[in-house]
Design a protein around this ligand. Structure first.
Ligand code: PLP
Length: 378
C-alpha cells in the first residue's frame, strides 16, 4: 500500500485497464468453465445485498429469508420434501459439509469414503481435511461408476459412498438409483455430487435418470447455483434430506447473534443468496427449461459437427458437455488456445472438453468448428 491514497478517477481507470486481462463470457470463447455469465437480475440482486453477512444472521434477516427461500426452491426441484440446507462457497464446501456429516454420524476410528474414480478433485482436499481414507471404485465402459465394484469397496470403516450426477470431466451421470440400493443394503450414507447436473437433469427433455431425494437413501446433495443456476459466485449449495442431520455439522458460535453455524465458512456474504433467489424467481422452472433446452441444442451442434469432421466423442453427451479426441489431442488443445478458444485438455481421457454453458451461442459453435477445421488443415 502506498502512503497517500489515489484519486477515485485514477483507481477506477486502473481497475478498468486491469479488467481487460480477464476473459469475458460474452466473447463465447470460454469453453472450459462450469460457471457462466450471471443472469442480469442476479447481478442487480448481488449489488443490493453485497454488504450483508449470513455468518451473523440476526443482523441480516432479509438475507436469511432469501437464502432459506432459494434453498427451498432447490429442495423442491430435487424432491426434498423436508430438505434443509445452505448456500455456501461452492461445490467444494458443499461436498465437505456432506462428508463431515457422514463421518460424524458413523463415528468410526479409521473412516473411509468410497468414491467413483471420476469423483471431483474437491474430494481429495476433503479427505485430507477430514482425515478420511478415499477408496476408489472402478468405472464401467461408459465412464459411470460400476455399482458392484463400489459395493465391494465397502467395509466396516466406510462412512459414506458418493455418486456424481454430472461429472466435471465428461458430464456423465452415475447410476444413483443402483447406488441407493447399495446404500440400503449396507446401511451407509449416500451423498450425491450434483454440483453441475443438479440444475440441468431436472430440465432434460430426454429421459431423466433418478438421482435426487426421490431415492430414499440419498442423504445429501450438492447443487451449485453458481454453475448452471446463473447466480453470482460464490454460490454453492448443500441440501440434507432432513433437519436432524444438521446436528452433525453444528458449531457453537457464542458471541454471534445466532449461537450456531452449520457452514464451514464463517463470515459469508448474503449477496450470492440474493442473486440465486432472483434468478429462481425470475426464470421459474419454465425459464430454466428454455435455458437447458438451448444448451442441449448447442451441445448437439458441437457433437454432430465434431463427428462429421472425423473426431471421436469419448461418450455421447448426457448433459451439456462434449468430450472429443483427434489425432494428437493435446497439441490440438494447445493450438485452439493459441487461437483464443479456451478449452480444457483432460489428461486422464486424453480428450478435449467443452462445456456448453448458457453464454455459448450457436454462432460461437459454428465459429469454433470452422476454426478447428482450419487448424486441422495446417
Ligand atoms: C461435479 C463437481 N463437484 C464439485 C465441484 C467443485 O465446485 P467448486 O469449484 O464450486 O468448489 C465441481 C466444480 O466444477 C464439479 O463439477
Amino acid at each position: 500500500m502506498q502512503p497517500k491514497g489515489l484519486s477515485r478517477k485514477t483507481v477506477l481507470a486502473e481497475l478498468k485497464k486491469i479488467r481487460k486481462l480477464d476473459q469475458c463470457y460474452d466473447d463465447g470463447k470460454i469453453l472450459c468453465s462450469m460457471c457462466t455469465k450471471p443472469h442480469p437480475l442476479a447481478e442487480k440482486a448481488y449489488q443490493m445485498f453485497f454488504g450483508s453477512n449470513l455468518g451473523d444472521p440476526g443482523l441480516f434477516q432479509g438475507s436469511v429469508k432469501l437464502e432459506k427461500e432459494a434453498v427451498q426452491d432447490l429442495a423442491t426441484l430435487l424432491h426434498g420434501k423436508n430438505a434443509v440446507g445452505f448456500l455456501v462457497s461452492g461445490g467444494t464446501e458443499a461436498n465437505l459439509i456432506a462428508l463431515l456429516a457422514s463421518r460424524n454420524i458413523a463415528k468410526v476410528i479409521q473412516p473411509e469414503v468410497v468414491l467413483p474414480e471420476s469423483a471431483h478433485f474437491s474430494f481429495t482436499k476433503i479427505c485430507n481435511l477430514l482425515n478420511l481414507k478415499p477408496v476408489y471404485a472402478r468405472l464401467d465402459s461408459s465412464f459411470r461408476v460400476d455399482p458392484s465394484d463400489l459395493e465391494k469397496c465397502i467395509n466396516k470403516n466406510t462412512v459414506a459412498i458418493v455418486g456424481t450426477a454430472g461429472t466435471a470431466e465428461l458430464g456423465v451421470i452415475d447410476p444413483i438409483e443402483e447406488l441407493s440400493e447399495v446404500a440400503m443394503r449396507h446401511n451407509v450414507y449416500l451423498h450425491v455430487d450434483a454440483a453441475f447436473g443438479g440444475l440441468v437433469i431436472p430440465f432434460l427433455a430426454s429421459a431423466k435418470p433418478n438421482f435426487d431425494f426421490n431415492l430414499k437413501n440419498v442423504q445429501s446433495i450438492t447443487v451449485d447455483p453458481h454453475k448452471m443456476g446463473m447466480a453470482v459466485l460464490p454460490a454453492g449449495g448443500i441440501l440434507f434430506r432432513d433437519a436432524k442431520m444438521l446436528d452433525y455439522v453444528k458449531t457453537e458460535t457464542p458471541y454471534l447473534t445466532d449461537q450456531v453455524q452449520y457452514t464451514f465458512v464463517g463470515t459469508r456474504s448474503g449477496a450470492p443468496a440474493a442473486s440465486a433467489w432472483a434468478v429462481f424467481k425470475s426464470l421459474g422452472t419454465e425459464g430454466f427449461q428454455k435455458i437447458v433446452d438451448n444448451c442441449m441444442k448447442n451441445t448437439k451442434l458441437f457433437a454432430n459437427g465434431l463427428k462429421e469432421n472425423g473426431f471421436k466423442l469419448v461418450v455421447e453427451p448426457m448433459l451439456n458437455l462434449v468430450a472429443f479426441r483427434g489425432e494428437n489431442t493435446k497439441s490440438l488443445a494447445e493450438k485452439l488456445w493459441a487461437r483464443g478458444w479456451f478449452v480444457s485438455y483432460i489428461p486422464r481421457y486424453d480428450c478435449i472438453r467443452i462445456v456448453v454453458m448458457p453464454h455459448i451461442k450457436r454462432k460461437h459453435g459454428v465459429a469454433f468448428l470452422k476454426d478447428l477445421m482450419e487448424i486441422e488443415k495446417l
